[in-house]
Each structure stands twice: as structure tokens, then as C-alpha cells.
Design a binder for this molecule. Structure first.
Ligand code: 6PG
Length: 238
């Protein structure tokens, strides 16, 4: 499902209504909602809007689809952004917040640590992938999503939940393609003229998944693309 919103504010409002609906549906049908957050700048106003909602916060379990390899108090931290924009503003139980740790000194070790945390939380058998109720994703202007960057090894990891991404030599932690694709619902939220060329390649009937990793995201569940006009005008009517 592709929706083009007239501007950034309309995009955030629509994102909020969709996210609220998905959280409510998950809580109604399964008693809780597991959500993995996107980082970067685009979703920040959405998180600020979520902080104004009234939810049974103890029924929401928050994870991140990727994380920069920095401390949790570093300005680049996706965890810090979501805490400041949303989680610290409401009475969110700390036990419901599941950040990707970045303290083992080695990205691989932290990836393994978070993998183990996910396996324990979802009580997974070896090789089993959990179904997140909702995963929010953005798109980089190079077509990356989460921290799955073009032409990196992370794109080909299929036997794990979490792996190490690589942004021009800078390590990231990221959910793997199969973990993302097991989601019940994925929502891409994309804003800005600079994303248009990547979207063109992502939506093209044929294309190179290694160059445009978002093409690999074909979830079992629902796939939503919420685009503002500057990013998606030419895709209207899909
Ligand atoms: C991150 C995000 C990343 C982001 C895109 C878009 O860690 O930065 O998870 O995948 O969604 O880079 O970022 P903007 O929203 O800032 O354009």
C-alpha cells in the first residue's frame, strides 16, 4: 500500500494514525504490541506525537531495527532519540524497552548479545524468526533501510536475527532481511526530495537488490509506504 501525503506534517499525522491503529490491533488480538523503531530524523516528530497519546504503555514492547555503534547517550544514538522524543515523556516501563546494546566493545559481540535477548524474549527455537507486530523503517537516499547498506555483507545474512551493518566503514547493528520480512506489518515513512531517486529504483519492476536493499523488504505481513509529496509525487496512483 502506497500513500502520498501532501506534506511532511500530513505524513506524520497519517503515520501516527496508522501506527496507533496497528498498536491497538496488536494489543486487542495478542494482549501486547512488539514494535521496532526506525532511527534517523524522519520519525522523530512521529515519536513526539506518540508521546501525546494515552496508551497502556505496559502493553507495548519497544525495540530498534538498527542502531549506530555509539553509547546510549551519544547524539547519534537511535535509542537516545526515541527516549527523548517519546519514551521518557510517558510512563513507559523500562523493562519494556529493549535497546541494542553497544557496550561490548565489538559490534559482533553486541549483535550476538541482542540476538540472544530476542531469542529469550520471543522464546525462539534455534533458527526461528519472531513476528514483530510492527516495524517502522526509513530509506536513505542511497536506498538503504535499517542499517542494510548497498553492497554490504549484511544484505546476505539469512541465518541470524541481528548482524553488523557497515556504513562506509562505520559499524552499525541491524535487524537482518529475514527478521524484517517476518514482520506482521512494515511501515516505511519517507520524506524529502532527496529520497526520490532511491524510491524510483526501489519501486522499479526490475532492479538490483544489492544496490537498493529496500527492494529486499517483502514482508509476510502488510507493507505500507507513507511518502510525502516531495519524496513520492511521481508514484501517486500505485
Ligand atoms: C538510521 C536509520 C536509517 C534511516 C535512514 C533515513 O539509523 O539512520 O535507521 O535507516 O531510516 O537513514 O534517515 P532520515 O530519516 O534521517 O532521512
Amino acid at each position: 500500500k502506497v500513500e502520498i501525503l501532501k506534506d511532511k506534517n500530513a505524513l506524520i499525522e497519517r503515520s501516527l494514525s496508522l501506527v496507533v491503529t496497528k498498536i491497538q490491533q496488536a494489543i486487542e488480538s495478542r494482549g501486547k504490541c512488539t514494535i521496532a523503531l526506525a532511527g534517523g530524523n524522519t520519525p522523530k516528530p512521529l515519536y513526539e506525537a506518540l508521546a501525546k497519546q494515552s496508551f497502556p504503555w505496559d502493553k507495548i514492547e519497544v525495540f530498534w531495527g538498527d542502531e549506530r555503534y555509539v553509547s546510549a547517550d551519544h547524539l547519534d544514538s537511535n535509542q537516545l532519540m526515541a527516549r527523548q522524543a517519546w519514551l521518557s515523556k510517558v510512563d513507559f516501563p523500562e523493562t519494556n524497552i529493549h535497546p541494542m546494546s553497544t557496550t561490548a566493545g565489538e559490534p559482533d559481540l553486541d549483535a550476538q548479545r541482542h540476538e540472544a535477548e530476542l531469542q529469550q524474549f520471543f522464546r525462539l527455537a534455534p533458527g526461528e524468526f519472531p513476528h514483530f507486530d510492527l516495524i517502522l523503517l526509513g530509506i536513505g537516499d542511497d536506498g538503504h533501510t535499517a542499517s542494510l547498506f548497498p553492497q554490504t555483507d549484511a544484505l546476505t545474512v539469512t541465518d541470524r536475527l541481528v548482524t553488523v551493518g557497515n556504513k562506509q566503514g562505520e559499524p552499525r547493528l541491524t535487524f537482518t532481511v529475514p527478521l524484517l520480512n517476518h514482520a506482521r506489518c512494515i511501515v516505511f515513512i519517507v520524506s524529502g526530495e532527496n529520497k526520490r531517486p532511491a524510491l524510483r529504483e526501489i519501486f522499479a519492476p526490475q532492479g538490483d537488490e544489492m544496490m537498493y536493499p529496500a527492494r529486499l523488504i517483502q514482508p509476510e505481513g502488510e507493507l505500507w509506504w507513507l511518502l510525502d509529496h516531495s519524496a513520492g509525487a511521481e508514484f501517486d496512483g500505485n
